[in-house]
Write a protein of this length. Sequence first.
Length: 237
Amino acid sequence: MEMKEQLYEGKAKKVFATDDPALLIVDYKDDATAFNGLKKGTIAGKGIINNRMSNRLMAMLESKGIPTHYVKELSQRETLVKRVQIVPLEVIVRNIAAGSFSKRYGVEEGVVFDQPTIEFSYKNDALGDPLLNTRHALALKLATEAEIASIEDYSFRTNEILKTFWASCGVTLVDFKLEFGRLPDGTIVLADEISPDTCRLWDSKTGEKLDKDRFRRDMGGVEAAYLEIMKRLEANL
Ligand code: TMP
Ligand code: ASP
């Protein structure tokens, strides 16, 4: 698969065309940002870990009936994916109160919900990714009703699969963000990445944070946390 021109550079990844118009190559960087790019830094080796982790988890989801963009890992940082049109929604599933949920609703971090929650943000950096409900998404024509139904269904099913898997690694899946895309025939598939950048992962016994919150909150031990979570994943696949 020949890599062609760079199509896009995001905060954590670059995207390249290939000689097949249906396929793209994603290249994971070590760059880290938070708070809509206000905080910038580097997490050494993050790109390698996120690439591997995302690919392993997408392959697991695919085997359990969740369609994804994942095709093939090409190198430590590069993966071949299906070209999709990204649905401009950030989908957040939560099992436990943390982060913006705790802040917005005045709930202590760590409160366990009886049932998972879901919320959507409009993926738009200029607007600061504002929270919206599904009727707002319809009004803005970001997705159709049928697409939103598929996205919700896949998101909750993904939560059950990942929660069970991470529990087997001694890790609690607190919350995570997903993005979806449309294949040329309109099929909705899981896209973007699933990594410690996009999930909150707490050690089940100690509650220690093993994710990007260590970077967002200047807690130190960022690289060590990414390595630890990757070690747990590899040991339990
Ligand atoms: P939040 O509590 O800050 O809304 O974050 C919820 C989850 O979404 C958390 O696991 C981190 C992830 N997330 C992203 O992947 N990208 C983002 O831009 C934000 C704000 C959160
Ligand atoms: N990566 C996101 C940003 O820079 C935020 C985050 O993950 O906290 O906006």
